[in-house]
Design a protein around this ligand. Structure first.
Ligand SMILES: NC(=O)c1ccc[n+]([C@@H]2O[C@H](COP(=O)([O-])OP(=O)(O)OC[C@H]3O[C@@H](n4cnc5c(N)ncnc54)[C@H](OP(=O)(O)O)[C@@H]3O)[C@@H](O)[C@H]2O)c1
Length: 386
């Protein structure tokens, strides 16, 4: 939809946002802050049509959201309110029904939830010719058919922040793949928390001490096992594997967590109390790596069709081996990047950096693909919509 203001034409992009947690709220406020940049540089105005959290939705009233109303919703969420309890809020049956009811021509559907309940909504959006942007890894890591449905819509879908947050990991992978370069190996550290733990071990501190410290500093999830289990890293590895073109399911990713099964059902306090029982095992692992001139990293490794995630001894003088602290780092070894890999390193988490990455995806999509054509079918997604 074009809005003519004096001499300049401004294109409006309707946007449905699912998820108003840390990332969704940061995205909303960045969009409001960047209005003039988007207008002046791209002739673009992002027009929210619906905001949804797990409780309900606020749909744009007649005439659209004013900036004041959007700022008010942001404050309402920041104060711990739910959208269902907002004066304009209402409940909704499923994310899919929101896309069905609200998604007009040229809509971008943005998934900033941490739920797989958005899958049908995303596939429906693509089927209708909308665009989708995901910060949420879950839809890309359920069955391969869903990944294919989302990723098969070239120019219609982006998910840059699902691996390495604001770092251009997916874009780099896509560039290598699209040029026909052969990716031989990817190795990466995709968890700031686990990177912090590995640095602690390398510095000679005990496993229990380092985990407890990360927990105290708020570097871990409220239950540290959510980080230590490696599942989040495994999801990122699977997204990369599928990005290379491998057909792979989550069960095929070999995941070695950092605590044994017997500690899975303990309370968080008991888990932390039990941690010293693992210290000796990690001391030996570190000593074994050191004896080989290596260091221990919690790495995702993709090589020869196999994908594994776990503590890995890597060469001390490799980019991964030199990594310290909470940065993410990924090494791409390919036909053209060998023996020295293409390396990306930097902050791999944080709501502002992630929201900025989502916003870049939205803006970049406006310059690609077919826009505002009304209902249209994108090949590859018809059969996967439930
Ligand atoms: N934080 C980071 O640094 C980072 C980096 C890269 C990627 N990501 C990914 O970005 C996503 C969002 O992260 P976050 O930190 O913002 O998480 P969060 O604070 O937990 O927020 C999640 C949001 O999703 C909403 N939600 C959950 N289920 C929903 C549903 N079925 N329909 C609509 N909304 C639903 C929640 O609703 P309520 O508000 O009602 O609870 C909440 O607003 C996650 O998938 C995360 O993995 C995060």
């Amino acid at each position: 939809m074009e809005k003519v203001d004096g001499m300049s034409a401004e294109r409006e992009t309707p946007l449905i946002l699912f998820g108003l947690g840390g990332v969704g709220r940061a995205l909303l406020s960045q969009i409001l802050e960047q209005r003039s940049l988007h207008r002046e540089r791209y002739g673009l105005r992002i027009r929210f049509t619906a905001l949804c959290d797990s409780s309900g939705a606020v749909v744009a009233p007649q005439g659209g959201f004013t900036e004041e109303l959007l700022a008010g919703i942001l404050q309402h969420k920041e104060a711990g309110g739910t959208l269902a309890s907002h004066r304009l809020g209402r409940s909704y049956r499923s994310p899919e029904t929101i896309v069905e009811e609200i998604g007009g021509p040229g809509t971008v559907v943005v998934d900033c939830t941490a739920s797989d309940s958005t899958v049908d909504a995303l596939l429906l959006a693509l089927k209708r010719g909308h665009q989708v942007v995901l910060a949420n890894k879950k839809p890309l890591t359920v069955v391969q058919d869903v990944y294919d449905g989302i990723s098969g819509s070239l120019g219609h879908a982006r998910w840059e922040t699902t691996v390495g947050a604001g770092l251009p990991v997916i874009a780099t992978l896509n560039r290598l793949v699209s040029s026909g370069d052969e990716i031989e190996r990817i190795a990466g550290s995709f968890s700031g928390t686990l990177g912090y733990l590995m640095t602690g071990l390398e510095e000679g501190r005990s496993f229990s001490e380092t985990v407890a410290e990360a927990y105290r500093l708020g570097y871990t999830e409220p239950d540290p096992r959510d980080d230590l289990g490696g599942v989040d890293v495994a999801r990122k590895a699977l997204i990369l594997a599928r990005g290379i073109g491998w057909h792979m399911e989550m069960e095929q990713v070999e995941v070695s967590g950092l605590y044994p099964e017997r500690m899975a059902d303990l309370s968080v306090d008991s888990f932390l109390t039990e941690l010293p029982s693992l210290d000796e095992q990690y001391r030996e692992l570190v000593a074994g790596a050191t004896a080989e001139g290596k260091v221990l990293r919690y790495a995702a490794t993709l090589s020869e069709g196999a994908c594994s995630v776990g503590p890995t001894a890597v060469a001390k003088d490799s980019p991964l081996g030199r990594l310290t602290g909470t940065d993410n780092l990924v090494e791409f070894y390919s036909r053209w990047y060998n023996p020295n890999p293409l390396v990306i390193q930097g902050r791999g988490a944080g709501v502002e950096a992630t929201a900025a990455g989502v916003l870049s995806d939205i803006v970049e999509l406006q310059g690609s693909g077919v826009r505002g054509q009304g209902p249209e079918t994108v090949s590859g997604v018809e059969d996967t919509v439930g």
